[in-house]
Design a protein around this ligand. Structure first.
Ligand SMILES: Nc1ncnc2c1ncn2[C@@H]1O[C@H](COP(=O)(O)OP(=O)(O)O)[C@@H](O)[C@H]1O
Ligand SMILES: [Mg+2]
Length: 258
């Protein structure tokens, strides 16, 4: 079971879209996928037509009371309308977690522990995380073998990225195995100077981390979300889906190496 997290301390950069699109492509290739929503806003949960305000059980249960065993964990999972994609949803209760977690030990590893108990049930786990460095993001970073950082290709994007890179360095001090990450340029529009300059700077500053795949601005992503469909099911040939397919190929190739 491979676990990939998607994080950036900035909102609206394409994190949830990255999770949903990669989940769809992996499921389409026959893999069993678990999508985990650790964002209290619950965009991923809403995407798959569940209401985070109404859910009584969610990822919050990983942090409260006794750690759920395999059966209880499975009872938390919801269908997504897509074969082979299950959802561990968010709920509004997750928003209270940061306050509750203060000073409690071991709170950073709850998600990693829960996923270990689901070993064998899924081929890939994709974790969506909130744009805040707190206990939820720390859990997402601790639970994964690889981190994807979508970066919106715009003016000043690198400034925000520096913060995220510092957070990764901080998490790495506590990890046995160094967390490797890939930067995914998103919302790329080659007609705008800001996009072009930003991509050039990303290559210059982060040559080892920048992904080959560049995700263009593509309105199909929004159309897919309106319909609650993974983008590859709405339009498998769109430019946006093609970019994520390229990203996925490079992630799978890299996985073969380690
Ligand atoms: N490459 C893209 N082109 C056009 N719209 C996009 C793209 N990626 C995401 N979007 C749209 O932008 C909005 C924010 O994306 P989202 O994935 O929710 O960001 P985040 O999870 O980082 O806040 C959503 O409405 C989504 O459909
Ligand atoms: Mg999101």
């Amino acid at each position: 079971m491979r676990v990939w997290s998607v994080a950036n301390q900035k909102g609206g950069v394409g994190k949830t879209t990255t999770v949903v699109t990669l989940a769809g492509l992996l499921a389409g290739a026959g893999h069993r996928v678990l999508a985990v929503d650790l964002d209290p806003h619950g965009s991923l949960t809403s995407y798959f037509r569940h209401d985070p305000d109404e859910l009584e059980r969610s990822a919050f249960d990983l942090f409260s009371g006794d750690a759920p065993d395999r059966d209880r964990l499975q009872a938390l999972l919801l269908p997504t309308g897509h074969e082979r994609i299950a959802l561990l949803p968010s709920s509004t209760a997750l928003a209270t977690l940061e306050r509750r977690a203060v000073g409690k030990e071991g709170m950073g590893l709850q998600v990693a522990r829960a996923l270990r108990r689901l070993e064998g049930e899924f081929d890939y786990v994709l974790i969506d995380s909130p744009p805040v460095l707190g206990v939820l993001m720390v859990n997402a970073l601790a639970a994964c073998q690889h981190l994807l950082v979508p970066v919106q290709t715009e003016y000043l994007a690198l400034k925000g990225l520096e913060r995220m890179v510092r957070s990764i360095a901080m998490v790495n001090r506590a990890r046995k195995r160094k967390l490797e990450y890939s930067l995914i340029p998103t919302f790329y529009d080659r007609r705008t100077q800001a996009s072009v300059n930003c991509l050039r700077e990303l290559h210059r500053e982060y040559p080892a981390q920048i992904a080959d795949a560049v995700v263009p601005v593509d309105t199909k992503f929004r159309n897919a979300s309106v319909q609650g469909l993974v983008p590859s099911r709405l339009d498998a040939g769109s430019r946006g889906v093609a970019a994520y397919a390229k990203l996925l190929r490079s992630l799978l190739a890299r996985q073969m190496q380690d």
